[in-house]
Design a protein around this ligand. Structure first.
Ligand SMILES: O=C(O)CCC(=O)C(=O)O
Length: 264
């Protein structure tokens, strides 16, 4: 299968074309071996503390785990987020996902909110959540808890057939993403996707960083931990939603965060 591979850093016209066409792309080799090991250990700790027994997601890991905090504004990934969302966005959530050893294929879905389904906003569903999914385990072949995507489905006005949804069936156009630990998958909330089966004896972890327009409420927290705010960087504070607002209804005149790559 084709792989929509882009290079780390700068958001190019080709990146934009791939994102608009498929709804996702893969950035290879974002994390070094020691960064992968640290983020993996942090993810396992979070799930141990939360007592995740089966498939599960834990939010807010950046508050307690420096290895996960460091990925909020990773220089290989953030230019892509800025290229797609512009200069004003927040980290709506970090959902750290565990797929247990020998976990089964999950259900097809689009991302959003079950309290107010994004499909009520328009058709095709608009971009509200842009995900950067840091793969922390190797997934170089199918059956490793890969993400399975349906390319271009963010533009489809209909979902997969009911029978496929109910029976967790296959489609002839789905794509099992084969990638390595340390690669990052960036995708549009409306792309139909699911976690694919995991046929190995270890738990699989992925850290999903979700970026949204600034007026979207955070979904992994009611408020951000005060100690974390006090010690983190100014850019990360802005990305958590703590920025100067010149007016109440998010109008004009916003100062963009002082992104480090602009000063290089
Ligand atoms: O298995 C995963 O890591 C991703 C799960 C998923 O599809 C989601 O969080 O929307």
């Amino acid at each position: 299968m084709l792989n929509p591979i882009v290079q780390p850093g700068k958001f190019t016209e080709m990146d934009q074309f791939i994102f608009e066409s498929w709804g996702y792309f893969i950035i290879p080799n974002v994390l070094a071996k020691d960064e992968i090991a640290e983020a993996l250990a942090a993810s396992a700790r979070l799930h141990d503390e939360a007592g995740t027994k089966e498939f599960g997601q834990v939010g807010r890991g950046y508050e307690t785990e420096p290895a996960l905090e460091a990925l909020i504004d990773h220089p290989a990934v953030l230019p892509k987020i800025r290229g797609i969302l512009g200069e004003h966005f927040i980290l709506q959530a970090l959902w750290n996902t565990k797929q247990p050893a020998r976990g089964k294929t999950g259900g097809w879905h689009q991302d959003g909110s079950s309290a107010y389904d994004f499909k009520h906003l328009g058709s095709p569903v608009p971009l509200i959540q842009l995900r950067a999914s840091f793969l922390l385990n190797d997934q170089h072949e199918p059956g490793m808890g890969n993400m399975e995507m349906i390319p271009g489905s963010h533009r489809s006005r209909v979902g997969p057939p009911r029978e496929v949804l109910i029976n967790k069936g296959d489609t002839p156009i789905s794509h099992i993403v084969c990638a390595h630990a340390g690669d990052v998958l960036v995708f549009h909330n409306a792309v139909w996707h699911r976690p694919y089966e995991h046929n190995h004896d270890y738990d699989r972890y992925t850290a999903h960083y979700i970026y949204s327009p600034p007026w979207v409420r955070a979904s992994d927290r009611f408020t951000t931990d005060k100690d974390f705010y006090a010690r983190t960087t100014e850019v990360r504070r802005s990305l958590m939603g703590e920025f100067d607002r010149p007016d109440a209804p998010y109008g004009v005149g916003y100062k963009a965060p002082d992104f480090p790559e602009d000063n290089e």
